[in-house]
Design a binder for this molecule. Structure first.
Ligand code: SAM
Length: 249
């Protein structure tokens, strides 16, 4: 099994595939302050198994196109939507986030939690802007430094894993440079990482290992995930996801 297949196989059983929580999704939506009567056309990019898609669908009057590269994740989202009676508000679409097929100015809202890093924050916000109406909103969470300085070991780890990690002020600057008006931002608190992402993963590790007969590739995959958890536990005062909300100016 390839590394990608392992990753999909492991993460499809998860409630979510990155840090976040229903509370933070609702908070970001509340900061936009849509009129409840307004019918919204939204996209959730890199939706995974759709934790935030479901929360959004429960909150907004409108329709969400949920996009991900992996059909296994989308099937889970479809199943959840059916169980919750939300299928009429969510359409899943297998597509790459750098080849989105929306019309110019088609969307009132582009949502993306913990996913834009796959094409890079600045590339993503640039490419996606044309799909938003003038006055439409972007709500995106992105790995960010939350302190002015940081230990060298940590800096090196993230420079290798995601060199576009940057300070909150530089992320806001990127939004301004690319035709957005920043509206609000906040930082995901530790429970979004620990309770909603890392602990559920750790609970699934033993069964995943057993299921794959303790194969070396699976052990290496799990060790990699554990390393990410250890880094966060040690250095959580220095980085998190920033949730950035901006309007197309
Ligand atoms: C860290 S996960 C976040 C998932 C979900 N938004 C959440 O917060 O639980 C990143 C997601 O981006 C998806 N992804 C990766 N590359 C992609 C691409 N090029 N186009 C669309 N989705 C992609 C992955 O399959 C994964 O579901």
């Amino acid at each position: 099994m390839s590394e990608i297949q392992l990753l999909v196989d492991f993460h499809q059983a998860g409630e979510r595939q990155g840090p976040g929580s229903p509370e933070e999704t609702r908070k970001a939506l509340a900061l936009i302050g849509f009129d409840e009567k307004e019918y919204l056309k939204a996209a959730d990019i890199g939706c995974g198994t759709g934790a935030q898609t479901i929360t959004l669908a429960q909150q907004i009057n409108g329709h969400i196109t949920a996009i991900d590269l992996f059909p296994e994740f989308l099937e889970r989202l479809d199943q959840r939507a059916r169980e919750l009676g939300l299928s009429n508000k969510i359409t899943t679409r297998k597509q790459s986030m750098d080849e989105l097929q929306f019309g110019e100015g088609e969307l009132d809202l582009i949502w993306s939690e913990g996913a834009i890093y796959n094409i890079g924050f600045e590339t993503g916000i640039k490419q996606w802007r044309r799909f938003l109406k003038t006055g439409g909103y972007l709500a995106v969470s992105e790995l960010s430094w939350i302190s002015g300085s940081r230990p060298a070991e940590l800096e090196q780890y993230w420079q290798e894993a995601y060199p576009e990690i940057d300070t909150v002020s530089n992320k806001i600057g990127a939004l301004e440079r690319n035709g957005y008006t920043p509206v609000a931002h906040f930082i995901l608190p530790p429970y979004c990482w620990i309770d909603h992402y890392f602990r559920p993963m750790q609970q699934r590790f033993p069964q995943f290992l057993e299921q794959h007969n303790y194969a070396d590739a699976v052990k290496a995959f799990i060790e990699n995930e554990q390393q990410e958890i250890r880094m966060y536990e040690q250095y959580k005062d220095y980085y998190s996801y920033g949730f950035y909300i901006a309007r197309k100016g």
